[in-house]
Each structure stands twice: as C-alpha cells, then as structure tokens.
Design a binder for this molecule. Structure first.
Ligand SMILES: NC(=O)c1ccc[n+]([C@@H]2O[C@H](COP(=O)([O-])OP(=O)(O)OC[C@H]3O[C@@H](n4cnc5c(N)ncnc54)[C@H](O)[C@@H]3O)[C@@H](O)[C@H]2O)c1
Length: 437
C-alpha cells in the first residue's frame, strides 16, 4: 500500500456516523464529550494515550502517537448516525444502562442534540428487534440513495470536511457470500431487484463507499467483506476494515493464547461462556444472529495456535463458545473461561478466567481509534482492506489467500510499524544486535 499523500494536519471537522446508536455508540459519544470537557481521560484509546518508539532504544524517543501522526482532534469531531428507534443519544444512553444516570445528566443538552436519522432495516436480518424509525423506499437502491442524501446533508449542515462511517448496529443473521455479492454489477442489479441476500449493513456500506467515505464494520456481519463492495472501495479509493470489535472475552483470548503458544504449552480444550443482558445480548439470543457471532469468536484460536504447524500441541483441541442472554446483568457482562492445557511430559493444568467486564466501555475507545485511523488512511490515499487495523477486530478482514493475523501483539507491532512507514521512519524489527557490537 502506497502513501499517496504525505500526512498533514487535517483541517475542518470530521463527522463520525454510526449506523446503530445503542450501547456502544452512545458510550463512545458521551465519552468523547466528557474527554473534550476535561471530565474524563481517554482510557483504552491507543490514538489518545499510546506512544510509539522511534529509532534505537538508546535514542529515548517515544512520542505520543497523536503527536507523531496527524490525526483529527477530538474537538473537531461531529457525531451522527441512524437507528430504528427515534431516541436521542441521551435517551438511548439511559436505555443502554452503561453509564450512570448522573454522568448522562451532566451532558444532557449535548446528548439530546444528537438524534438518529431513519434507518434502513429488515427484520429478517435482526429477528429480535422491530423499530418504527425506518426508511421507506421503492427498493434497496432507492434506500441506498436516501442514505447517501443523509450523508451529504449531514456533511453540509455540520460543515464537515470529511466523514467516516463505523457500523455499531446489531449483529445481523449469518449469511455466506452468494452470487449477488460477487461483483458491483451484480450487487447493483440486486439492489434494484431487492435481492434478499443483500443485508441492510451492505446498503449502508454501499452508500458510504459510493461517496468515497471510509467504512469500518464493528459487528461480525459480512457487510464490506464481499467482492462487490471491495471492488467499489478499490474503484473509489476508499479504505474499509472489519469485522467485529475485539473486546471482552475474545480480547482476553488473543492475549492469552499467543502466550501459551510462544512457550509451546499444549491445549486440550477451551470452554467460554458468558451472561449478558443488553440489547446486543437480546439480538444474539436468536440462533441465526448468534451463528454470525460464533463464527467470529471461534476462528480466533485456530489461527493463533496453528494446529497444522503444531499437531502435538493443538490437534483437535475442543473449543466452545456460549452466549446466554440474562437481562438482570444489562451491559455488565460476566464471562467464564475454562482452559485445559498441558505441559512437560503431557501433565495437565487448568486456567480459569472470570472476567467481569463492561463491553461498551471496552468498545467505545475502539470506535474512536478506528474512526481517526480510517480518516488518516483515507487522507493519505490508502484504499481497500486496512489489515493494519486488525488489532481492533475479532475477525480481521484480510486479502484473499492470506490467513488473518489474530495475535494481539503481532497486530500491535503491525499497526505501529504501519504508522512508522506512513511517516517515513525506520521500522522496528526488535533485532537489537547493534547494542552488543
Ligand atoms: N460491546 C462490545 O464490546 C462489542 C464488541 C464487538 C462487537 N459489538 C457489536 O457492536 C454492535 C453494537 O453493539 P451494542 O452493544 O451497541 O448493541 P445495541 O443493541 O445496544 O445497539 C445496536 C443498535 O443498532 C440498532 N440497529 C439495528 N439494526 C439497525 C439498522 N439496520 N440500522 C440502524 N440501526 C440499527 C438497534 O436499534 C440498536 O439501537 C453489535 O453488532 C455488537 O455485536 C459490540
């Protein structure tokens, strides 16, 4: 990937549009506003808190990432989005129950001012939800046109210089790529003929990419992971990335599994179960939506542990993931992992993890970083799949013929080296021989 334009400090406002204004999106918006007002620190955000080492260790040069690479400022962000419920971000945040009422009240006028636009929705894709704030149109092509109008109007009204779209809406049912997804021509024909294989998330992505707006996919849906939309991204020079924000239990998996593998510790089985009671949990209570999530969660260990390369350690390990909808917990998910491992001479051991996590608290900074990095990617002329952003995803999108890189530490190295590459700095290989010459 070539850096076509040298990165310069962006001018003007960046509009971040999220299809879906539920728990993740409202926590993200309220959090950025709290940070802008000096009421919170951007904890969990690499773009805001991370540093990047440049040169040798003896050079002692580790600037903040946001000082090293020109990213949009938080003060220049404007928020918008779509939802199938008419609630403002204030009402939706109260409903999501992630942040305390006290916190939400503190920013009430601001949060009330952010209102969703009418959504493109099809209940076949999210069976457990039905909403009223939904667009009507002649066909999907017409609906895509309406979304494009929304984007243009939002940009104009808010005097934005640039837009980024981050999918924060519910997980759609599991579908496999089919003929209508294979080329932009087939896809556009499908839009006009209301092809049932075109999911609403694809209509949003099509609208964004048609206008040259970067699209990041925070859910495990196929969405931009189809040849037709990748073709469109390539044609219009737009960056895309996905899928499924890496938070919670899977984040822990991608921290622990590379550690076990690096020490050649074997694995017999990994059982993961969760209880959660938010709207996301309700949607995932439908087996078809759960299947999409399950595929995304299951692939992680296989790719990290590489059983084909290490059959004695990882052949046929048993991996199970369960998500149980349990309303009393709301967004405060609890997860349990039982990991059956074995060591020297095959002696078995166990690891138990009980993670009392807050999903949207982990996801909000991911939305921020993705929006800022996708804006950067677009400004410097990166197009198509942004694999260097795998760090943020459970099922990283990757080029055909490659396997995805799931190891969080390799992902971080890749991300930071990409930033060094963009700025023309030496890449860091961690060889370090020069210190001993
Ligand atoms: N919270 C996390 O840590 C996390 C991690 C990975 C992925 N995700 C994914 O992010 C997404 C958002 O999670 P959440 O906890 O905010 O869920 P949520 O249910 O609180 O919010 C999703 C919102 O999307 C809306 N929606 C559904 N279909 C829509 C459509 N077609 N257009 C516009 N709006 C639509 C719903 O009405 C809802 O308000 C989910 O797909 C979830 O699986 C979340």
């Amino acid at each position: 990937m070539q850096v076509k334009n040298k990165p310069v400090k962006p001018k003007g406002k960046l509009g971040i549009l999220t299809p879906g204004m539920g728990a993740v999106s409202t926590t993200f918006i309220a959090g950025v506003e709290a940070i802008r007002r000096g009421k919170a620190k951007p904890i969990g955000s690499l773009t805001q808190m991370g540093t990047i080492r440049l040169g040798k260790r003896t050079d002692k040069k580790s600037p903040m990432i946001k000082e090293f690479i020109p990213l949009a400022e938080l003060d220049d962000i404007v928020f918008g989005g779509w939802d199938i419920f008419e609630d403002s971000v204030y009402a939706a945040a109260l409903n999501a129950g992630v942040l305390s009422r006290e916190t939400i009240e503190e920013f009430r006028p601001f949060l009330e001012s952010v209102k969703p636009m009418k959504a493109v929705f099809d209940q076949r894709y999210v069976k457990n939800l039905s909403g009223t704030w939904v667009k009507k149109g002649k066909n999907l092509f017409d609906l895509a046109g309406q979304l494009m109008d929304d984007m243009k109007t939002f940009k104009e009204k808010n005097k934005c210089d640039r837009l980024v779209v981050v999918w924060c809406a519910s997980t759609e049912i599991f579908i496999k790529p089919s003929r209508v997804h294979q080329s932009i021509e087939a896809f556009e024909k499908g839009l006009k003929e209301n092809d049932p294989e075109i999911a609403p998330s694809m209509v949003y992505a099509y609208a964004a990419l048609s206008l040259g707006i970067p699209f990041a996919n925070g859910a495990p849906n196929l969405t931009v992971d189809i040849p037709a939309l990748l073709e469109l991204a390539d044609k219009n020079n737009v960056p895309v990335c996905g899928k499924d924000f890496k938070t919670g239990q899977t984040l822990m998996k991608t921290i622990i599994a590379p550690g076990l593998k690096s020490r050649m510790i074997g694995l017999n089985g990994w059982f993961s179960t969760n209880i959660l009671g938010n709207r996301d949990g309700e949607v995932l209570d439908d087996p078809d939506s759960f299947k999409t999530k399950e595929e995304s969660k299951l692939s992680v260990l296989e790719h990290i542990l590489q059983p084909k390369l290490y059959p004695d350690l990882y052949d046929n390990f048993y991996h199970k993931v369960r998500i149980n909808y349990y309303p009393p917990r709301g967004d405060n998910k609890e997860s349990w992992d039982n990991i059956d491992i074995f060591g020297w001479m095959g002696y078995p051991m166990q690891i138990k993890i009980n993670f009392l996590c807050r999903d949207s608290i982990l996801a909000a900074p991911v939305v921020l970083d993705l929006a800022l990095f996708m804006d950067l990617a677009s400004r410097i002329g990166f197009k198509g799949i942004q694999e260097w952003l795998s760090f943020y995803f459970k099922s990283p999108q990757h080029a055909a013929g490659l396997y995805p890189e799931h190891d969080l530490f390799i992902q971080l190295m890749k991300l930071k080296n990409t930033l060094r590459y963009i700025q023309g700095e030496d890449l860091i290989t961690h060889l370090g021989q020069e210190y001993y010459d």
